[in-house]
Design a protein around this ligand. Structure first.
Ligand SMILES: [Zn+2]
Length: 565
C-alpha cells in the first residue's frame, strides 16, 4: 500500500469562514435523497444467492481447469461471462466487439536445463533451477553469455527521504547486483514505515533501481522470514507457472531470487561471508562491496504468443448530466490453472480466488440491468484476465480504456468474497486514500454493519497492492477493495485472524481452493450486498470521488482531467 502522508495543520489558520462554508455545503449541496436508501436496500435484497452459487460452481468446476491465462479453461470462462452479459442485456462498449477486449500476450516457461553458472578459482558451479534459484523474469532477454562480475549492494535500496543509499560507494555498470530481500529494520514509523514494508522492499523496485544504474541483472537473496526454508517450497510452486507479459511491454533482464543456503557460495573468497553480512544487518552496519567471482546465465524456455481477453459490458445511466461518467466494477476471472499436485490434485480451481468474485460481479450486473432505471451514472462491468500474472488485463485496459479515464470516476474491485461466517463489520482496502471511504461508511450504516479501519495484519499484507485496484489507482482512478471485517457473529477477532491466516497458509493458491472446501455462502451473499449497495450509492451520487490530499495518485487524476485522457 503506497504511503499516506497527511500534512500537519498550522495553528494560525482561522476556521470560521471555512466552517460556515462547510455547513452551507452540508445543508444544501448534498441533502441526502430519502429514496436512495430504500432503493439501495431493494437492490441488495434482489441479489440471488442461488444465482451466485450457480456462477461460482460453474467457474470453479474442474472442467475450467483452473482458468490459467491463455488456456482453454480461461477461454471457456470468458465465453461463459460474455454469454451472461449478453443475456442480462449489457451493452458491448462502442470500441469493443462482442464484449471481448483481445490482449496480445507473451508466455515463457523456464526449463530445468537452464544454466546459472558461477566461475570460482579453479572450477565452476551450476545452480539448480527451482531448488537453488527462481526466475522473476524469463525469456531470451535474460541471457548473459559471457561471465560477468557481481557486486553486493546491501538491500539494493536508495531512499533519499531516509538518507539511505546502498549504491553510494559502488559502481554496478555491466555487473550483476546481488542484494538482500526486505529493507532496514525499524520500529520508528518515520523510518521505512516502522514495522510495515515499504515499496522499497518489493523485488520489482530493487530490480528497477539496479538496472537504472547500468546493472545487467539482479540476484535477490531470500533472507527474510517469508522465504524461510519451509516456505521455499511454496515459492517453488508459485514459480512453476508460466511467466506471462503483455506483448508490448519491454522484456526485462535477468532477475533471480536465490535461496539463502545457495547464496552462500556467491560470497566464497569475498571480503565478508554471507553469515557475517547477516549479523551486520542486526547492527544496521551493512556494507556494499564487489564480489570476487563471475556468473553467467543461459536460460532454456518454452515461449509462445497468444491472445487473452478482458470481458466488458456496460449498463447506461439515466441522468443526462451523469450518464457520461462511469463507474467500473472489476473482478479477475483468471487463476493458476494446472500445476504441481497437492494431495493428488493438480487443478488450481481458484474458487475464492476469484471465481466467487466473478460470480458476484455477474450477479450485480444481472440485478443492476433489471433495475437500470435507478441508475444515474453508467456502470462498466469488467471480468479481467491476467491478474495472477501481474495485473496484465487491468493494465492493458487502462492503456486502452473503453471510455476516457477522466470520465471514469471510481473502481470497485472484487477479489474474493467472505467464505467463513456472517460478519458485523466491513473493511475498505484503500478506503483511507480517497472519499470512497464515505460511500463505504454509508453502505455499512445502511446494512447495519460497523466500518472498521484495516487492522495491522491486513496493512502488513499490503492488500491494496495485490490486486487490480492498484492498477486503477496508478492510473489516477480512486479505487477500493471491500473486505469483510474480523468481528463475526460467532467468532471473536482473534479467532477470525487465526482462521484467515490458516486459509492463506493452507488453501490460498493451492488446488484445495476448490468447491470441496468448507464455504459459507450466506457470508459471501452478505459481502456481495455491501459491494452492490456501495456501487449503487456511487452511481447515484452527483459528487465525484477524489483522492485525499497528499496521496500521490491524485496528480495522475488531475492530469487525466487536464488532458482529457
Ligand atoms: Zn485473486
Amino acid at each position: 500500500m503506497s504511503k499516506i502522508i497527511f500534512s500537519p495543520i498550522p495553528d494560525q489558520i482561522c476556521f470560521l469562514p471555512i466552517l460556515i462554508l462547510v455547513l452551507f455545503f452540508k445543508l444544501f449541496a448534498a441533502a441526502p435523497d430519502p429514496i436512495v436508501p430504500n432503493t439501495a436496500l431493494h437492490l441488495a435484497e434482489s441479489l440471488s444467492q442461488d444465482s451466485l452459487r450457480k456462477h461460482l460452481f460453474t467457474l470453479a468446476d474442474d472442467s475450467m481447469m483452473g482458468r490459467a491465462t491463455g488456456t482453454r479453461g480461461a477461454e471457456m470462462a470468458a465465453h461463459y461471462i460474455q454469454d451472461c452479459f449478453r443475456r442480462y442485456g449489457l451493452k458491448s462498449p462502442d470500441n469493443i466487439s462482442n464484449y471481448l477486449q483481445p490482449i496480445p500476450m507473451h508466455g515463457s516457461l523456464p526449463l530445468a536445463d537452464s544454466r546459472l553458472r558461477l566461475y570460482l578459482e579453479n572450477t565452476v558451479h551450476d545452480f539448480e533451477l527451482a531448488d537453488d534459484y527462481l526466475l522473476y523474469r524469463t525469456g531470451a532477454q535474460t541471457y548473459i553469455g559471457t561471465a560477468v562480475p557481481m557486486v553486493f549492494a546491501g538491500y539494493g535500496i536508495n531512499a533519499p527521504e531516509f538518507d539511505y543509499n546502498d549504491y553510494q560507494s559502488i559502481d554496478v555498470t555491466g555487473k550483476i547486483v546481488v542484494c538482500l530481500s526486505g529493507e532496514p529494520e525499524s520500529n520508528d514509523s518515520t523510518y521505512f514505515s516502522g514495522c510495515y514494508p515499504t515499496i522499497y522492499s518489493l523485488p520489482e523496485t530493487k530490480h528497477r533501481m539496479a538496472i537504472s544504474r547500468g546493472a545487467l541483472g539482479t540476484i535477490l537473496i531470500a533472507s527474510t522470514p517469508e522465504y524461510e526454508k519451509d516456505k521455499w517450497n511454496r515459492w517453488k510452486r508459485e514459480f512453476t507457472f508460466e511467466d506471462v507479459t503483455l506483448s508490448y511491454t519491454v522484456a526485462g533482464q535477468l532477475s533471480i531470487v536465490m535461496s539463502l543456503q545457495s547464496a552462500e557460495l556467491l560470497f566464497h573468497d569475498a571480503f565478508y561471508s554471507l553469515n557475517e553480512i547477516l549479523s551486520m544487518v542486526k547492527h544496521h552496519r551493512i556494507k556494499s562491496f564487489p564480489l570476487p567471482h563471475r556468473i553467467s546465465f543461459k536460460g532454456e524456455f518454452i515461449e509462445r504468443d497468444f491472445i487473452s481477453s478482458n470481458v466488458i459490458g456496460i449498463i447506461e445511466g439515466n441522468n443526462p448530466e451523469l450518464r457520461d461518467s462511469f463507474l467500473i466494477i472489476t473482478a479477475h476471472y483468471d487463476h493458476l490453472g494446472i500445476g504441481p499436485e497437492i494431495e493428488g490434485d493438480p487443478i488450481y480451481n481458484g474458487a475464492f480466488d476469484n471465481a466467487a468474485g466473478v460470480a458476484g460481479l455477474l450477479e450485480i450486473a444481472r440485478i443492476f440491468s433489471q433495475n437500470s432505471q435507478f441508475l444515474q451514472r453508467s456502470v462498466i462491468f469488467m471480468a479481467v484476465t491476467g491478474e495472477e500474472k501481474g495485473l496484465l488485463g487491468s493494465k492493458y485496459y487502462l492503456d486502452h480504456p473503453a471510455v476516457p479515464l477522466y470520465k471514469t470516476v471510481a473502481n470497485i474491485n472484487i477479489d474474493g468474497l467472505a467464505i467463513f461466517e456472517k460478519f458485523n463489520d466491513i473493511i475498505g482496502i484503500g478506503a483511507e486514500l480517497s472519499t470512497l471511504e464515505e460511500y463505504l461508511q454509508q453502505s455499512a450504516e445502511l446494512l447495519g454493519l460497523r466500518f472498521m479501519t484495516p487492522p495491522n495484519i491486513v496493512v502488513a499484507m499490503e492488500a491494496f497492492s495485490r490486486s487490480d485496484q492498484l492498477a486503477f489507482a496508478q492510473a489516477g482512478i480512486p479505487s477500493l477493495l471491500i473486505m469483510e471485517g474480523m468481528h463475526c457473529k460467532e467468532t471473536n477477532i482473534r479467532e477470525s485472524f487465526v482462521r484467515m491466516q490458516r486459509w492463506l497458509n493452507n488453501i490460498y493458491h493451492t488446488p484445495q481452493d476448490d468447491l470441496n472446501q468448507e464455504m459459507n455462502l450466506d457470508a459471501s451473499y452478505q459481502h456481495l450486498q455491501v459491494i452492490a449497495v456501495t456501487v449503487f450509492l456511487l452511481s447515484d451520487s452527483t459528487i465525484q470521488p477524489e483522492w485525499k490530499s497528499g496521496i500521490s495518485y491524485k496528480n495522475v487524476q488531475l492530469q487525466n482531467l487536464a488532458e482529457k485522457r
